[in-house]
Design a protein around this ligand. Structure first.
Ligand code: HEM
Ligand code: SF4
Length: 604
């Protein structure tokens, strides 16, 4: 435990959410009770997880502290096992930190850097749902860490457990030319309305909400969420523009992926919060509680049918006691409106290096506000060191009004950069090792934590993602344009935390047995749709030993380039050449030689 932890308890921290501080005190007492053996492990695990404090796996007993590899000190060396899947509750774990709609200020990023350095391995990790994660955090340190986050208005409450998880939103909301309107204040409004709400405390399973500004792009991934909304507008009888949402429910990934169903084509903005509350009540009342594998809302919606589900929700909504918070935030939407720091100025005529041009092509979005751009900072595997976080915070302060967001493809974005400043921003990013091009391309691979740190992992998703990234980056200049724009996503197991269902080329870890060996494989999932808010899921094609996945990518992309019809998307290509043909094409790769013949294939 850090000696300074007590100071953070005594320090009167000025959080805008005082109830969060009370929450942390309760949690601290629970840790103490657990230590004294007065709290049952199962109960403690539940309370810990609800605050985002996970257990972690240590297969190699080491940690990289951002500078060098350290051998881990476990709290109970004499009691085994302290490594592998069954680590003890007081071994260093992972802390998930909620970042609603991915929005961060430079100050928050700096605090994250401090916490990463002081309590973790010096590395912050951006997740596939816009959260931050710190690994190797000792449970004794988590209350102090939470207090320091609360001081900058960040909470870890309900970051895990059967609760409403981080509310995500397009990282370009407010600056994107295809959006109906900026969903940021609505995402924030809903996130804090539901946080700790009594009606969301009795779910059988987690509940994930996403916001999108438009239907066709991918940023919101609405269709794969328990509840998702897309901004829409219409003109009312008096000719005035009305804001509303297309509301979807019952989507989700995992072993049984479901596409969300349309609940309402135009939900008025003032109906958003009460409808979410009513959905929560129906889910809490009728959702499965015993069998975790059937407890997500997708199963309830499928079982009842969307019409009956909707009927129950509307009935519930009519009985809700009116709550002023349902609409209070609507009069304050403008408070979250962002503004630029520097005047809009175009880049015309400025000298541009080849590297800058490459970065400009893939990592820049022109905002709807002329003269401004949003820059994507690609974080390989979602990782960013403490020093890089501080430097990004500095850059955000110097060139923008501090408008940083995390993205679901595990990157950061800086919004509101005057276009004339782009070369300078680029060279500053390059100086801290974050000037990599290729955002949103085949090299920008998404991966869950996998066997590096996740207890449920079957294969090394990060290992595979890193390997593919390196191989593809080496030849990225020569890759066909159609291949460059493909997405690769990797999960360490069927739970789909890496969102492999919505990738062109998705992989998830499975194990296969051969003699006395358990051999890590990846199931190949092809043709998922990233655009149209994760519009459709990929097809499983067969499991291949982990080491051979680069060859799978090589063959599939090669064939796509060779046989692609004019402008044919990868999804259409996969459907056209059909599963039988693809299986045939990968058949030799799926066959595992005996261990003596090729032992290298038996590890990942
Ligand atoms: C029963 C166990 C689990 C299931 C069924 C599960 C399922 C999922 C699914 C389906 C997603 C992503 C897509 C979505 O949000 O719908 C997700 C997100 C994620 N999962 Fe898991 N997961 C499990 C356990 C874990 C564990 C143990 C870890 C790591 C310690 C983990 C790490 C993540 C991460 C980093 C994300 C991105 C999420 C976020 O920031 O909220 N998951 N999980
Ligand atoms: S997909 Fe599996 S291995 Fe990856 S984080 Fe989720 S549970 Fe862990």
């Amino acid at each position: 435990m850090k000696a300074s932890n007590g100071l953070w308890r005594e320090q009167p921290l000025d959080s805008v959410f005082p109830e969060l501080l009370r929450e942390i005190e309760i949690y601290e007492t629970e840790i103490e009770l657990r230590k004294q053996g007065k709290m049952d492990e199962k109960l403690f695990a539940e309370t810990r997880l609800r605050r985002g404090a996970y257990g972690q796996r240590y297969d190699n007993g080491q940690r990289w502290d951002g500078k060098e590899t350290q051998i881990l000190q476990f709290p109970s060396d004499e009691i085994k096992p302290t490594k592998g899947v069954n680590t003890l509750w007081d071994a260093p774990g992972m802390q998930r930190i909620k970042i609603p709609f991915g929005g961060m200020t430079p100050q928050q990023l700096e605090v994250m850097a401090e916490l990463a350095e002081e309590y973790s391995d010096g590395i912050g990790h951006v997740t596939t749902r816009q959260d931050f994660q710190l690994h190797f955090v000792h449970v004794d340190d988590t209350p102090a860490l939470m207090r320091r986050l609360a001081a900058v208005d960040i909470t870890t409450r309900e970051a895990c457990g059967n609760s409403v998880r981080n509310v995500t939103a397009c990282p370009f909301s407010g600056v994107c030319s295809t959006e109906a309107f900026d969903v940021t204040p609505y995402a924030k409004g809903l996130a804090y309305f539901l946080l700790g709400h009594p009606d969301v405390q009795d779910f059988g399973r987690k509940f994930k909400v996403a916001f999108s500004g438009c239907r066709d792009e991918a940023c919101g991934l609405v269709n794969m969420h328990d509840m998702g909304v897309i901004a829409v507008t219409r003109v009312d009888a008096e000719g005035k523009e009305q804001r509303g949402f297309e509301l979807y429910v019952g989507g989700g990934l995992g072993t049984v992926p479901h596409q969300a169903k349309l609940f309402e084509a135009f939900l008025l903005e003032e109906e958003l919060l009460p409808t979410a509350q009513a959905i929560s009540r129906v889910f809490a009342r009728l959702g499965e509680k015993k069998n975790r594998n059937r407890a997500r809302i997708k199963f309830l919606v499928a079982q009842l049918g969307i019409e009956e589900f909707k009927h129950l929700v509307l009935e519930e909504r009519a009985t809700l006691p009116p709550d002023p918070r349902w609409i209070a935030y609507l009069s304050e939407l403008h408070l979250l409106e962002e503004k630029p720091l520097r005047p809009a100025q175009s880049l015309n005529g400025a000298a541009r290096s080849e590297d800058f041009d490459r970065w400009y092509k893939t990592n820049l979005w022109h905002q709807k506000q002329e003269g401004y751009a949003t820059a994507i900072i690609t974080l390989p595997l979602g990782d960013i060191t403490a020093d890089q976080m501080r430097a990004v915070a500095d850059i955000a302060r110097r060139f923008t009004y501090g408008t940083i967001r995390t993205t679901v493809d595990q990157n950061l974005v800086l919004r509101w950069i005057s276009e004339a400043d782009l070369p300078e921003v680029y060279s500053e990013l390059q100086a801290i090792g974050l000037g990599g091009a290729g955002a949103g391309t085949i090299v920008d691979i998404t991966s869950c934590p996998g066997t590096d740190t996740c207890k449920l992992g079957i294969a090394s998703s990060r290992g595979l993602a890193g390997e593919l990234r390196q191989r593809l980056a080496e030849k990225s200049h020569t890759l066909d344009e159609a291949v460059q724009n493909l997405h690769i996503k990797v999960s360490g197991c069927f739970n789909s935390c890496g969102q492999h269902h919505v990738a062109d080329l998705g992989f998830y870890g499975v194990s296969r047995h051969s003699g006395n060996y358990t051999v890590p494989h990846f199931q190949v999932v092809l043709g998922g749709q990233w655009t149209q808010n994760a519009g459709s899921y990929g097809l499983a094609m067969g499991a291949v030993p982990a080491k051979r996945i680069p060859e799978v990518v090589e063959r599939l992309t090669g064939r796509y380039v060779a046989e692609r019809q004019k402008d044919e998307s990868f999804q259409n290509f996969i459907q056209r050449i059909c599963k039988v043909q693809i299986k045939k094409m990968l058949d030799d790769l799926t066959r595992l030689p005996a261990h003596d013949e090729d032992p290298t294939l038996y590890t990942d």
